[in-house]
Design a protein around this ligand. Sequence first.
Ligand SMILES: N[C@@H](CCC(=O)N[C@@H](CS)C(=O)NCC(=O)O)C(=O)O
Length: 267
Amino acid sequence: MTTAPGPITVFHIPVCPFSQRLEILLALKGRRSDVHFHVVDITQSRPEWLKAKSTGSTALPILETTDGQILRESLIILQYLEDVFPEPAVAQRDPYRRAVEGLMTRMEADFGQQGYLYVMNQDPGRREVFRDSLLQLHAQLNDFLLEHSPSGTTLFESFGWAETVFTPLFMRFWFLEYFEDFALPQEPRYARVRAWREACLAHPAAQQVSREQIVKLYVDYAHGAGNGALLPGRQRSSFVFEPDWRTRPWPSKLKYGPIPSDADLGL
Ligand SMILES: N[C@@H](CCC(=O)N[C@@H](CS)C(=O)NCC(=O)O)C(=O)O
């Protein structure tokens, strides 16, 4: 007897930028309801059945195909979804244009990592080093856009692959605005990347998370604890599902001050 194929399933942490990429791509294609998203609580140890699916790495998202094959890495999963649901195309079809968005996609890893290192930094004496590094990466994006898309807002005619990849990172960097007062200087050096960032943040297909949600959930990152880890003196991570983030108070912006308690964060 053959088993009926299951739905394509993504196992994900709801506020994770890498899984937001998949949701954006599906939203652009009008296919969000064709993929089942199974929510995983990052504050709990992974169930054995999930570990069995995600051999080699605990990182999410992972995707299970209709016949039970597992894929990892958001950029690989994005391409898989692009191939399974080819219309409307989000990736460029012209080989040269596809290569250009590939070049831009290669810049996402350093960009994301630098922003996360910055928010997690606990040494006030190194703030400027992190700020300068992140500005440098914005300047590189600025130069890239000036070379390949000098007059538009998006890389090509409309919000596409590159925007799908970077928008979730721009949204996570709301934690830098809040906890580090990070802002792109109003200088010509950043004008092109600023316009791109604004177009990315405003797109209707990319509204899965809000600034308030990011700040309230990522407050523990600002005090040095990532991935749902518990800070000293705490019983609960800011990533718990309950109480809902909407009911919690905005956290203190003083990331180099004392670690907030569960009660301070409304947990
Ligand atoms: N390069 C990976 C990164 C995935 C990643 O770091 N996911 C985080 C959540 S945002 C995670 O699963 N962290 C928990 C863990 O690694 O166990 C991708 O693009 O999919």
